[in-house]
Design a protein around this ligand. Structure first.
Ligand SMILES: C[S@@+](CC[C@H](N)C(=O)[O-])C[C@H]1O[C@@H](n2cnc3c(N)ncnc32)[C@H](O)[C@@H]1O
Ligand code: SF4
Ligand code: SF4
Ligand code: SF4
Length: 411
């Protein structure tokens, strides 16, 4: 008999154990200003009592035997190791035979041998934020007093490697590093990074009454772009250049998350990241005080789903408000996107970045559209080839031997 699962989607909630507190002040950070939402709260840390309630409910709410805890921030390593030891203990207490894994996203500057031993012993996956070679990284990722951080992060990466901790790199692409795609890519390759994620910086600024400066979708469409934002043309060139290098040498060796997502969309499978999926709502976020929001990029009062003291995680994550948030991504696509031949690959990307008009004058098209079109056009023949290999149970990496032929056919 078929098993009927009430929930088709897995349930993820990222945790913010220290809210928006951090030892760094990266210039582009979208999260630090969220502290303005909790100005009146003196102690902004997730208490052990709240951690226990979350752990129990989160495990109970899952319909799959595999459960992922994701620790995020602010800077999660600000909390002492004893807090995470307690977290593991609670996962064991309530886990009852489930397979539990943990991933932690960090700026890497606070890693030491003791941390690495804990991460290795408990098989945690570590995401390290590093924006490429020193001059790119230190441009924006600074300490509160303006100090550089690249060396500290590299030290952290060396420690992770020495202790055999599994890690991946998370980089942002901004107005500066976007013009040097090969320097950027080779840096990660030379440093033994096998899993690479990168996100474009697209931020608009607006002065909110509560002290926040980044625009939300409800702010005026003409809110000015921050200087650090990547242009659509830079983004297109950046993606095409890295893809050309990857498709010649590194398919199956280096996992570039965005390229994996593209192949998933070409094949017709839901991709690993929400930006390129048809729907939002893959992962909610829980702030230190138990407030749950629709998505990490939408920690705004209007996207608060409730608090775990008042509602269950299931009620919030599978409730009407979150369902509406998830579906809106597709439903709100403007006419030009609905007619676009690349809609299946793009899905309008992240709604946060949809603030330009389409060719019919409708609002809600993605600011990066021109860059994405260039990229989709460029990768289409390779994606078709890899899709065919995949569907015939051959490795998509075979594409590396066919690059010249594909180029000739493209003419
Ligand atoms: C907010 S941080 C929190 C975790 C930790 N402090 C870190 O830096 O990895 C999570 C990720 O968001 C990225 N990020 C920060 N501001 C961003 C922005 N405006 N747009 C896109 N990504 C951003 C960071 O570089 C980092 O990789
Ligand atoms: S380290 Fe992370 S949380 Fe801290 S300022 Fe930088 S991006 Fe933001
Ligand atoms: S709003 Fe953007 S980041 Fe949030 S779930 Fe949707 S696509 Fe993902
Ligand atoms: S944003 Fe541009 S590329 Fe993406 S679906 Fe819309 S029109 Fe197509």
């Amino acid at each position: 008999m078929a098993t009927i699962s009430p929930f088709a989607r897995p349930l993820y909630v990222m945790l913010k154990p220290v809210g928006a507190a951090c030892n760094l002040r990266c210039e582009y950070c979208y999260y630090l200003e969220k502290s303005n939402l909790y100005k009146d709260t003196q102690k902004r840390v997730l208490t052990e009592e709240m951690l226990e309630q979350f752990t129990r409910e989160y495990i109970e709410a899952q319909t799959s035997p595999d459960i992922l805890f994701t620790w995020h921030g602010g800077e999660p390593l600000i909390r002492p190791l004893s807090f995470y030891r307690k977290a593991v203990e609670l996962q064991r207490k309530y886990g009852a035979g489930r397979r539990i894994s943990n991933s932690i996203q960090t700026n890497g500057t606070l890693l030491n041998d003791e941390w690495c031993r804990f991460l290795r012993e408990n098989n945690w996956l570590v995401g390290i934020s590093i924006d490429g070679p020193r001059e790119f990284h230190d441009e924006f990722r600074r300490t509160a007093s303006g100090g550089q951080t690249w060396q500290k992060v590299m030290h952290g990466i060396r420690l992770l490697k020495r202790h055999g901790v599994e890690w991946n790199a998370m980089a942002v692409v901004n107005d500066f590093n976007a013009d040097y795609p090969l320097d950027f890519y080779h840096f990660f390759k030379e440093n033994g990074c096998q899993y690479l994620q990168f996100t474009p910086i697209v931020e608009r600024t607006v002065n909110h009454a509560d002290g926040r400066h980044l625009a939300t979708l409800t702010d005026a469409a003409d809110a000015p772009l921050s200087d650090m934002s990547v242009t659509p043309e830079q983004w297109g060139r950046f993606l095409c250049t890295i893809f050309d290098e990857w498709v010649r040498h590194d398919v199956g060796k280096i996992y570039v998350e965005l390229f994996d997502c593209m192949l998933a969309n070409w094949v017709g499978v839901t991709p690993g990241i929400c930006m390129y999926a048809k729907e939002c709502g893959h992962a909610g976020v829980m702030e230190f005080n138990g407030d749950v929001y629709s998505c990490d990029h939408f920690v705004f009062p209007e996207y608060r789903l409730g608090n775990i003291r008042e509602k269950t995680i299931t009620e919030m994550l599978y409730g009407e408000q979150q369902q509406h948030f998830s579906e809106l991504k597709h439903k709100s696509l403007p006419q030009e996107c609905k007619e676009c031949r690349w809609e299946f690959a793009c899905h309008g990307e992240c709604p946060k970045n949809r603030f330009v008009n389409d060719c019919y004058g409708n609002p809600g098209k993605n600011y990066l559209c021109r860059g994405y079109r260039q990229f989709f056009e460029h990768v289409a023949p390779y994606m078709e080839f890899m899709k065919n290999e995949y569907l015939n149970q051959r490795p998509p990496a075979n594409v590396m031997d066919r690059v010249e032929e594909i180029e000739r056919q493209r003419g």
